[in-house]
Design a protein around this ligand. Structure first.
Ligand SMILES: [Zn+2]
Length: 133
């Protein structure tokens, strides 16, 4: 499921783009399998934001450690701050859709959908097909 998420596919059915409408917007459910993104109420965005923050912070630590370790004790702090600033600003934008697909995969792994959720997903797919017909 994580491999599918890393490829911006639906973690459940593998369809691309799954529930992603574009880079910054998404549907409430996968357009192929109908599985709802936000299950059991609220909190999906918080999990996705947490994934984004954790990966960004990890990248910042690596981006800081490599030049510090390789140039110590003559670290160019101005350049280091500039590079880290660019990474801190751009990486969350680049990771935005990935954070949602990855968190969706993590949620599906931790809490697989119930039969009722799968039945509701089938109903959503029928509605989507009816709208497109
Ligand atoms: Zn799907």
């Amino acid at each position: 499921m994580l491999r599918r998420a890393a490829l911006l596919q639906c973690a459940w059915c593998g369809n691309r783009p799954g529930f992603l409408r574009d880079w910054f917007r998404r549907y409430d459910s996968c357009r192929h399998c109908g599985l709802a993104v936000q299950r059991d109420g609220e909190g999906f965005e918080l999990g996705a934001a947490t994934v984004n923050v954790m990966v960004t912070l990890g990248a910042l630590i690596v981006a800081a450690a490599i030049p510090i370790a390789s140039t110590y004790p003559n670290v160019d702090t101005g350049l280091l701050i500039a590079v880290l600033g660019v990474v801190a600003l751009l990486l969350p934008i680049v990771l935005y859709p990935f954070s949602f697909t990855i968190w969706f995969a993590v949620e599906l792994f931790m809490d697989p959908p119930s039969q009722a959720a799968l039945d509701a997903a089938d109903d959503r797919v029928r509605d989507i097909l009816d709208l497109n017909a």
